[in-house]
Design a protein around this ligand. Sequence first.
Ligand code: MN3
Length: 201
Amino acid sequence: MAFELPTLPYAHDALNPHIDTATMEIHHGKHHAAYIAKLNAAVAGSEMESKSLDELIRNHINIPAVRNNGGGHWNHSLFWTVMSPNGGGLPTGGLATAINTAFGSFEAFKEAFSNTSANQFGSGWAWLCVHAGGKVAVCSTANQDNPLMPGIGCSGTPILGLDVWEHAYYLNYQNRRPDYINAFFNVINWDEVSRRFEAGK
Ligand code: MN3
């Protein structure tokens, strides 16, 4: 069963002005689609063909094409869902409590996540992950690595991720990655992050 590009849960222009239409069209329709096509090609005809995406990125990252393109598919599939035109605001419920416990306040969390995003050298992702017991932490990964991959120095189950590859922001923000990071907070879908927190804790 080949992997398929998930449908965006909103229109390409829905996240304006925070994430512009052209970036969304190219990012989803070209970049994400390319990771999927290359992942399908990498697993075709092998025993990996029957594995789930989670199994592939947990167990087969010794194969670069699976690591890069499986990670790319997993990461972007999360990314679209943790944004919404109705997003922004603050987390609620158990997630809000976990963030306050780990960071002291939402503002302190925002600062930690933003600094991690800004300081990821080159291409990569910033993550908020949940660990067994419900503790949350921030970390970053290079390229299309994902915290579910073993031994990469960033662990837990990702519940929020920010793509800091230049393809994610350069058309609108050029070299101003911090402006893109700040804009992301206006579209975070905290209901979806909470759902992932509850499922993953
Ligand atoms: Mn991307």
